[in-house]
Write a protein that binds this ligand. Sequence first.
Ligand SMILES: *Cc1c(COP(=O)(O)O)cnc(C)c1O
Length: 361
Amino acid sequence: MDTLRRYADLLPLSPGALDELPKGWLSPTPLIDAPAMAKALGVGSLRIKDEGRNPTGSLKDRSSTLAALHAMSSGQRDLACASTGNAASSLAGICANLGLTAHIFVPDGTPTAKLDQLRMFGADVLIVRGSYDDAYYLCRDAAKEFGWYDRNCATNPYLVEGKKTCGLELAEQMAAEPADWVSVAVGDGCTVTAVHKGLTEMVRLGVIPRLPRILGIQPEGASPIALAFQEDSDQVRPQVVSSTADSISVGRPRNALRALRAVRASGGSLQTVTDEEMLSWRERLAGASGIFAEAGAAAGIAGLSKAVAAGLVGPDDRVVHIATGTGLKDAGRIKASQTQFRYVDPTMESTRQALGRPSPV
Ligand SMILES: *Cc1c(COP(=O)(O)O)cnc(C)c1O
C-alpha cells in the first residue's frame, strides 16, 4: 500500500488531499539484511533501509510528495525549492506527475545526474552562482515575491511530516527485532528529526517497545550540528563547507536545534567522518551488500565503524542504517579504484587469455 495512504491518520493532510496522490508513487522502501557488512563493521546485525528505491532515488521523495499534495490542496500550482540536488529532483518528479510547476534553485556544482533529472522532469531551474545557503535565501525571497509555495525545510513543517514516514515504516519493519541503533546522515537536520519523530510515534502506539539510539553523521567539512553536540551546546556555529557529499554539505543547518534534541532524547550521538572514510566505506558497503548508496547516504556506515571502534556501538548491537539516496546520482565521482576491468576481443581465445585459463585440448 502507498505509504502516505497507510499512515494517513498520522499525517497533517486535509481529507481530499490524498485523492490527488498518484497510486503507487510512494511505496514503503525495503529493510534489507546485510550480514557480510555487519561482520565487516563488527556489530551483531545490520539492516539497511534502502531509500534509494524511492521514485526519484532518495528519501526526499517522502517530503516533496507530501508538500506537493499540501500545495495542491491549498490551491497552489507553483512550487519552489532550494536544494543541493535531491530535494530538487524529488520535487520536480512529483510535480511532473501532478502537472505542477517546480521552480528550482540549485548551487553551482550540483552532480550531473541530479541536473539531468531536473531536465527530464521539465523543471524551471536556476543554477545559483554560490553555495546551497545562497540558493536557500534566494529561493525564499523569490517564493515570497512571486507567490510560490515554499518547499524549504525551515519554513515548511510539512517536510518533516513527510520524512517521518521513513521512521513509521522502519518501526513496523523491525517490530519483531527492534534495533539498538539507527544511523542516518545529517545535513539540515530535517531527516534525523523526522526519523526520530516517526519512531517516537510508533513507540507511543505500541508498535516498538522503545526508541533506538540514533547515530547522526556529518562530514567533517560540514559538521556544525555534530560540533554543537560534542560541545554539549545548542550554539550552532555556521561553517564554510567543503565536502564531496553534496547532499549533506550544509553550513547553516535549518533544523539544527530539533536535530540536536532528537538525537539527545534517543540517548544517541552525533559524529563526524572524513570524506575519505565516507567514500571508502561506501565502496565496502556496495561490495558487501549490493546496495550502492550516494556518498552522503553512506556516511552513517563510516560513522558506525568509528562508533564501534570507540566502544559506543557494541559487538552484539542490532543496527539499522538508513541509506538515504542512490549512488547512481553521484556515480561520476567514483574513482576507478582497486578493481581493474579487462578488455577482451569477442572470442573465447581472448577471454581465456584474460582470465588466465588454458586452452582446451
Ligand atoms: C537531504 C539528504 C540528507 C540529509 O537530510 P537533512 O534533512 O538535510 O538533514 C541525507 N542524505 C541524502 C541523500 C539527502 O538527500
